[in-house]
Design a protein around this ligand. Structure first.
Ligand code: ADP
Length: 390
């Protein structure tokens, strides 16, 4: 079945037309830097400047025009926040769209762009089914002790305060990819999945089910990320607010856009941070040290929660491409049976033909793996399954 997957971020749209029977990308395109002066459309090796003034709906229109002649049989949209209710790929009807709209306050940077894209796609391709898949859905299995915050029950219930977790589409894909690579049944595996892109999260996966994850009610909790601080003592925010230094919007901006690697090193591009750290830049050295330290803390914590680990997987931009970060996260894990092979880590390259690769030593009990993130493939497959196809 040919499924068109649309994956909208706040400043980019990734898209792929996927033959779900063979897991093959028939066509793929992305638009980057939306809202800036240099929005660009990438299609294979070709790059087209879209110029300034291109907003997200216009970028989606460009993509849809290019796919129309390929006659997709279904379209699937990534929606970051599915709240309590959306746990499965869901056919988009008017009432479902209204429900998603009502969740926008939980993911103000993510759900509104996805909704804008959905409306454009429904108008452009009205005769095929459109589905939404949700980044929170994979974490609907979180047990209560990992789902709740230690706040009074009446506050949690009245205001719907709980942990949801994100990046679930890719964490689920990682679990399936690891099981396929190891030729094991996913229900028998304990996996720690480290999704290290601009946003970043770690998930503990027990037998294919998410049992803990580092992002919480919003994508702000957990790891040091590209522009988000991750875990911060909430007392710091109270103090900044109470003493009148920052209001709620300024705190939002600080935590979402000006913190993390960007706040520490002045850029959220890990390649540049690695280059500058190698040249002796102390801010960049500290940024890398803090980035790795936080990941290692979660790996250790999740190993304890899972009662041991069979595989630790690294995925997304930094997890797939940065041998330095993979190495530093995997060092000194011998105590839990994970032995790194430095040479395999340094030479590791993922391709569409080799989407998973190992970098553990031969006598390591724990598999250390890099896994290519492929949200579009996972979305397309989930849609085909929901329609009872391949
Ligand atoms: P997004 O969450 O926006 O999809 P990505 O998964 O593309 O993000 O990850 C972006 C991050 O990956 C950036 O910090 C980028 O610098 C980093 N990255 C990409 N390639 C490399 C590389 N070769 N070495 C180190 N970091 C890399």
């Amino acid at each position: 079945m040919r499924v068109l997957a649309l994956n909208c971020g706040s400043s980019s749209v990734k898209s792929a037309l996927i033959d779900t029977a063979h897991g093959q990308r028939l066509q793929e395109m992305q638009v980057e830097n939306i809202g800036s002066d240099h929005a660009r459309l990438h299609a294979g090796d070709q790059v087209r400047e879209l110029g300034s003034g291109i907003d997200l709906p216009a970028a989606v229109d460009e993509l849809l025009a290019a796919y129309r002649s390929a006659s997709p049989e279904a379209v699937v949209h990534r929606v970051v926040h599915g709240g309590e209710g959306f746990r499965d790929p869901t056919l988009l009807t008017d009432s479902v769209l209204q429900d998603i709209e009502q969740l926008s306050h939980l993911a103000p940077l993510h759900n509104p762009p996805a909704l804008a894209a959905i409306h454009r796609a429904l108008a452009a391709l009205p005769d095929v089914p459109h589905f939404a898949v949700f980044d929170t859905a994979f974490h609907s299995t979180l047990p209560a002790h990992a789902r709740e915050y230690a706040l009074p029950g009446d506050i949690r219930q009245r205001f719907g305060i709980r942990r949801f977790g994100f990046h679930g589409i890719n964490h689920a894909h990682v679990a399936q990819s690891v099981a396929a690579y190891l030729k094991r049944d996913v229900s028998k595996l304990r996996i720690v999945s480290c999704h290290l892109g601009n946003g970043a999260s770690v998930t503990a996966i027990d037998g294919g089910r998410s049992v803990d994850t580092s992002m919480g009610m919003t994508p702000l909790e957990g790891l040091v990320m590209g522009t988000r601080a991750g875990d911060v003592d909430p007392g710091v925010l109270l103090q900044l607010r109470r003493e009148g230094h920052l209001d709620a919007d300024e705190l939002d901006d600080l935590l979402n856009k000006r913190s993390g690697l960007k706040g520490l090193a002045g850029t959220n591009d890990m390649r540049e941070i690695e280059r500058r750290a190698a040249a002796g830049d102390q801010d960049c050295e500290l940024a890398i040290a803090m980035y790795v330290h936080r990941i290692r803390k979660y790996i250790g914590a999740y190993a304890a929660e899972l009662g041991g680990v069979d595989a630790i997987a690294f995925t997304a931009g930094i997890g797939e491409h940065s041998s330095l970060i993979r190495r530093r996260c995997s060092e000194r894990l011998e105590f839990m049976g994970a032995l790194l092979d430095v040479a395999s880590n340094d030479s590791l390259k993922l391709t569409s033909d080799q989407p998973v690769a190992a970098f553990n030593a031969a006598d390591s009990r724990v598999h250390l793996l890099a896994v290519r993130a492929d949200e579009e493939l996972a979305m397309a497959r989930a849609t085909a399954a929901a329609l009872g196809r391949h």
